[in-house]
Design a protein around this ligand. Structure first.
Ligand code: UD1
Ligand code: UDP
Length: 362
């Protein structure tokens, strides 16, 4: 089997790394790692190759930023040329970013089977570009590898046949568990002067939260207020950075509110694991906090990952700043409650995927 594996944006690297490692370890598949270049800053891309021991990409498409149409089309054009030359037996895409959509479309039209890792997640909110990417990718995929039982229900509702659905667990958690011990060597807490269990970690990058300056400012007021109680650390995504830089008046007033650059995987996991609470709108971070048992406030009105709420650590708080502050205060005053880990979030997902693919291609 010759498999092309696609990465493009930050949340893709931790999903492809375990599969790449597993396929190479077994030695039965030829791999072609394609980086679309959707994310390109050193700390949004290169650092993850080091931290996650990913080999250098075989092909770098270098598409960069742009409108949805522009970015999707640029990836398609560049990826199709490579696929024409390479003619793999399989294209493996992960997650729900524009690169995922583009490459699955190319595969489907060239009649190269597509495998989608993290299939079947639905927020039922078409205002999220990711929801469109997820739906189209799933409908085109020969293999829909799912992370949780409700994904199968979602896929079947949309007409995906049972023979295309495989419940394999959460590959992002393969990376988390594989690197957890190593993350302890990170010195990020010392560098930032943070005490374990005594700070809040924040990430926000969804257009619905950061693209409107008024909403962003209102959320920052809450974070400033929380930072008078304990340190707040916020590694700022480039989309959010652009908005912060153009927002007046100054957006940080509390002394212990630190805006820092995005950090690498090992540093981020260490900072997350030892935080008192995480406030985020990230998809992947809802899952990682679930496994680590860290209280997570998700600043969104819906989640495509409801299992993280059912397991006990994730609270879908909405986007009203007063609610965010109220819920954050409640969490700070209570002990972290009981939490469970979803089935098959056990670090062995890449092995299950490789087994299925080996069986199919042999
Ligand atoms: C993308 C994904 C989103 C995912 C997020 C993870 C889509 C539609 N969105 O959102 O699902 O949660 O990545 O981080 O695919 N920029 C830089 N440097 C970079 C990358 C981006 O400066 O290395 C800036 C550019 O100004 C760009 C903006 O960030 O226009 C947004 O980047 P883009 O990849 O379009 O979307 P994200 O918001 O990163
Ligand atoms: N992450 C990281 N550094 C950061 C912020 C996040 O390494 O500064 C990791 C995080 O642990 C998770 C992934 O990036 O593994 C999530 O990516 P992101 O939030 O950008 O995307 P989403 O999951 O929302 O699509």
């Amino acid at each position: 089997m010759k498999a092309a594996l696609v990465v493009g944006a930050r949340p893709n690297f931790m999903k492809v790394s375990p599969l790449m490692r597993e396929l190479r370890r077994r030695g039965k598949a030829e791999t072609l790692l394609v980086h679309t270049g959707q994310h390109y800053d050193e700390n949004m891309s290169k650092i993850f190759f080091q931290d996650l021991q990913l080999p250098e990409p075989d092909i770098y498409l270098g598409v960069g930023s742009g409108s949805h149409a522009e970015q999707t089309a640029k990836v398609m054009v560049a990826f199709a040329i490579i696929m024409e030359k390479q003619r793999p037996d399989l294209i493996i895409v992960v997650g729900d970013v524009n690169s995922t959509l583009s490459c699955s479309l190319v595969g489907a039209k060239m009649r190269i089977p597509v495998a989608h890792v993290e299939a079947g997640l639905r927020s039922f909110d078409l205002d999220m570009p990711e929801e469109i990417n997820r739906m189209v990718t799933d409908i085109l995929s020969r293999f829909c590898f799912t992370t949780s039982p409700e994904a199968e229900v979602n896929l079947k509702r949309e007409g995906v046949g049972e023979d295309r659905i495989f419940f394999v667990g959460n590959i992002m958690i393969d990376s988390l568990l594989y690197y957890l011990e190593k993350t302890e060597r990170s010195t990020i807490l010392e560098e930032l002067g943070l005490t374990p269990g005594n700070y809040i970690l924040v990430t926000l990058h969804r257009p619905s939260n950061v693209d409107d300056p008024d909403e962003l400012r209102a959320l920052f007021e809450v974070l400033n207020s929380l930072a008078t109680r304990l340190p707040v650390v916020f590694p700022v995504h480039p989309r959010t950075r652009k908005m912060i830089d153009s927002a007046v008046p100054p957006i940080v007033s509390a002394a212990d509110f630190r805006l820092i650059e995005p950090v690498g995987y090992l540093d981020f996991i260490k900072a997350m694991r030892h935080s008192r609470m995480v406030i985020t709108d990230s998809g992947g971070i809802q899952e990682e906090t679930t496994v680590l048992g860290i209280p997570c406030l998700t600043v969104r009105n819906n989640t495509e990952r409801p299992i993280t709420v059912e397991m006990g650590t994730n609270v879908l708080v909405g986007t009203d700043p007063r609610e965010v502050e109220r819920e954050a205060s409640r969490i700070l005053q209570s002990d972290p409650g009981k939490h469970d880990v979803p089935p098959l979030w056990d670090g062995k997902t890449a092995g299950r995927i490789a087994d299925i693919l080996e069986r199919y291609f042999s």
